[in-house]
Design a protein around this ligand. Structure first.
Ligand SMILES: *Cc1c(COP(=O)(O)O)cnc(C)c1O
Length: 369
């Protein structure tokens, strides 16, 4: 079976060497040495003032929204073309997601459609750098300033990416990253909030550790969302190899493009100008192809290849949101069109060029029927 992704892992010995320190200190969690080291290394690598580490990307997002303390029932403009985490983080904070359509070129939020969704209840925009395509950060910034809105980027797909030479972690009021096993950079599970200054750092540290400032002072009603030392150790090891991982992915990405660009009805994302990519996903949209996306998915599966209908369904169509339907704006035709036609193909650093050729060969064969 060829899976859609496989985690990047350091050599076993390298990880053992790193976690020996944990055996010596017997400090397993609660912001130990490994946590401290990873945080500093990420601040440097991502080029942002402050990084607050979390047990996963979802709780990073949920916590940074909570840190901004919006009134209950406020509206947050976001995209329906994302992972469950994005809208859930908004709803679990007692806020209402308002879904903005995406653009057909790179599937990020269509910035021409944001302003018409703004009401007196709007407090924030949560755009997603989906598949590592960078949102129109300049226009989003201008809109946010004009209406006095916060911007929190869901940058779960965008680790290491730069736009015009600037790390994506530097845009908006905050960005969140996921370090889940399936992401380009992983800490097994993990995540972080990246901030342009330290204004939310104390609040985020409270939210991830019960609001405990010191033994006798519990200053906030926080939860528990701390990254543990084994996760941080994995991150320290993986970070050493990240640039090499991304170069391997680029070779595979370029091979996919070379093999598929002449196939009728297979549409790939056009690479954006001035973006340094991480090649995290390889989405293709079947439009005007010889058969449907679902048929392609099934044929690939029969041939031992797991693609993924990512993202399908749209988050705004989740059954858990049926009760909320009345207050959701759900008119997002482009997102619907893309989600019915897209799959992501296998892409991970250990995938071989031969495997990419095999996958492209199957797609080419279906396409010529
Ligand atoms: C993976 C992901 C998250 C959540 O991250 P976890 O680390 O899995 O909790 C959030 N948003 C998007 C777009 C993601 O892909």
């Amino acid at each position: 079976m060829i899976y859609v992704t496989r985690p990047s892992m350091p050599d076993f010995e390298e990880y053992c060497e790193e976690i020996k320190k944990i055996w010596n200190s017997k400090w397993l969690t609660n912001m130990g040495e490994e946590h401290e080291v990873l945080q500093k290394k990420l601040e440097e690598y991502l080029g942002c003032s402050d990084v607050v580490l979390f047990v996963n990307g979802h709780l990073a997002l949920e916590s940074v929204i909570a840190a901004m303390n919006f009134p209950d029932g406020s509206e947050v403009i976001t995209t329906p073309f994302t992972f469950a985490s994005t809208p859930h983080a908004i709803v679990r904070n007692g806020l209402i997601p308002v879904f903005c359509d995406i653009n057909p070129e790179n599937y990020t939020m269509d910035v021409d459609k944001i302003e018409e969704l703004i009401t007196e209840k709007t407090v924030a925009i949560v755009p997603v750098h989906v598949y590592g395509n960078v949102c129109d950060v300049e226009r989003i910034d201008a809109i946010a300033k004009k209406y006095n809105l916060k911007v929190i980027y869901d940058a779960a797909h965008a680790f290491s990416i730069k736009y015009k030479g600037v790390s994506v972690a530097r845009f908006g009021d905050a960005s969140i990253f996921s370090f889940h096993a399936t992401k380009v950079f992983n800490t097994i599970e993990g995540g972080a909030v990246c901030l342009p200054d330290d204004s939310y750092v104390d609040t985020l540290n409270n939210l991830k550790n019960y609001g405990i400032r010191d033994e006798e002072n519990i200053v906030a009603v926080g939860g528990n969302a701390k990254m543990n030392e084994f996760q941080a150790a994995m991150g320290i090891c993986n970070l050493k190899h990240i640039d090499e991982e991304i170069s391997k992915r680029k070779v595979l990405h370029d091979r996919y493009v070379e093999r598929l660009e002449t196939v009728q009805g297979v549409k790939m994302c056009k690479l954006q100008k001035e973006v340094e990519y991480n090649y995290s996903y390889f989405p293709v949209v079947f439009d005007g192809f010889s058969c449907s996306r679902d048929d392609v998915f099934d044929v690939l599966y029969e041939n031992g290849i797991c693609a993924r209908k990512y993202f399908y369904p749209l988050v705004s169509d989740y059954q858990c949101y049926n009760n909320y339907q009345m207050s959701f704006q759900k008119n997002t035709p482009v997102a619907k069109y893309i989600s019915e036609r897209v799959i992501t193909l296998p892409l991970y650093s250990e995938l071989s060029l031969g495997e990419v050729d095999k996958i492209c060969g199957i797609i080419t064969r279906i396409g010529s029927k």
